[in-house]
Design a protein around this ligand. Structure first.
Ligand SMILES: N[C@@H](CCC(=O)N[C@@H](CS)C(=O)NCC(=O)O)C(=O)O
Length: 218
C-alpha cells in the first residue's frame, strides 16, 4: 500500500495547488519522507529530471518511488481515503457534492486560466504587458469568485451556519479557496465585494494548518 511516509513531495512555496496539499497534510498531521522544492521562477518544472516525475511539468506531485503521481485534487482524494481523520471530503454525499462544487469552481474554472504558463503565453504570443496580464487574471477571478460567493451564500441559506465554506467543518472547499484568495491578494484583486469569501478566509487563516503552510510562513 502506498504511504505518505515513503513519499517525496514536490512543492513550490507560491504554488496554490501545492498549498492545497500542504494544508491537507497539516490538517491530518502528516509529513512526507522528503519535500523537494521545484523553483517555478527558473523553469525547473520543465527540466528533464522533474518531467520524469511529472510529465505535465506542473507542481505538486508525490513520488512513491516507482509510482509518481500528480494533480493536487487526485492526490488530496487519495490522502483523504488513506488517512480519513479529519475528513475533508464529507461523508454525506450531498455535502461532498457541495464541497466539491466549490473546490472545482476554483481548481477547474479559475486556476487553470490564471496559471503562470498561461500568463507567460499571453506575453509570448500576444505581447501582453504586465497590466494586460493582470487584467486577464482579474477577469477570470471575478467570474469565478462571483460564483463562489453565491455558492457560499446558498450554503448559509440552507442552514450551513459556521465559519467554514460548508458550515461547521473544514472541507476541500476551504482547502481550495484559501490558496486562491492568497493568490488574488498577491495580484491586488479587490475582495471587498466578497464578504463571505473573506470571512471564510479570515477564519481559516486563524488555524495553524492554513497559516503555517501559507507561502508567507517562510
Ligand atoms: N491541475 C493541477 C494544476 C497544477 C499547476 O498548475 N501548478 C502550477 C503552480 S500552482 C504550476 O506548476 N505552474 C507551472 C507553470 O505554469 O509553468 C493540480 O491541481 O495539481
Amino acid at each position: 500500500m502506498l504511504s505518505l511516509k515513503d513519499a517525496v513531495f514536490y512543492n513550490y512555496f507560491r504554488s496554490s495547488a501545492a498549498y492545497r496539499m500542504r494544508i491537507v497534510m497539516a490538517l491530518k498531521g502528516l509529513t512526507p519522507r522528503e519535500t523537494v522544492d521545484v523553483d517555478l521562477r527558473n523553469g525547473a518544472q520543465r527540466g528533464e529530471d522533474y518531467l520524469k516525475i511529472a510529465p505535465s511539468g506542473l507542481v505538486p506531485s508525490l513520488d512513491f518511488g516507482d509510482h509518481p503521481h500528480g494533480q493536487s485534487l487526485a492526490l488530496i482524494e487519495w490522502i483523504d481515503a488513506t488517512y480519513p481523520e479529519p475528513r475533508i471530503i464529507p461523508a454525506d454525499p450531498h455535502d461532498a457534492l457541495a464541497a466539491r462544487e466549490i473546490a472545482f469552481s476554483i481548481a477547474c474554472d479559475i486556476h487553470p486560466v490564471d496559471n503562470l504558463r498561461v500568463l507567460n503565453r499571453l506575453t509570448e504570443q500576444f505581447g501582453a504587458d504586465n497590466d494586460a496580464r493582470t487584467a486577464w487574471y482579474h477577469h477570470w477571478l471575478k467570474l469565478g469568485f462571483d460564483a463562489v460567493e453565491t455558492l457560499l451564500k446558498r450554503q448559509k441559506d440552507h442552514g450551513g451556519e459556521g465559519p467554514f465554506a460548508l458550515g461547521d467543518t473544514v472541507s476541500i472547499a476551504d482547502v481550495c479557496l484559501i490558496p486562491q484568495v492568497y493568490n488574488a491578494e498577491r495580484f491586488n484583486f479587490d475582495l471587498t465585494p466578497y464578504p463571505l469569501i473573506r470571512a471564510v478566509n479570515d477564519h481559516c487563516l486563524g488555524l495553524p494548518a492554513f497559516s503555517d503552510t501559507s507561502p508567507d510562513a517562510g
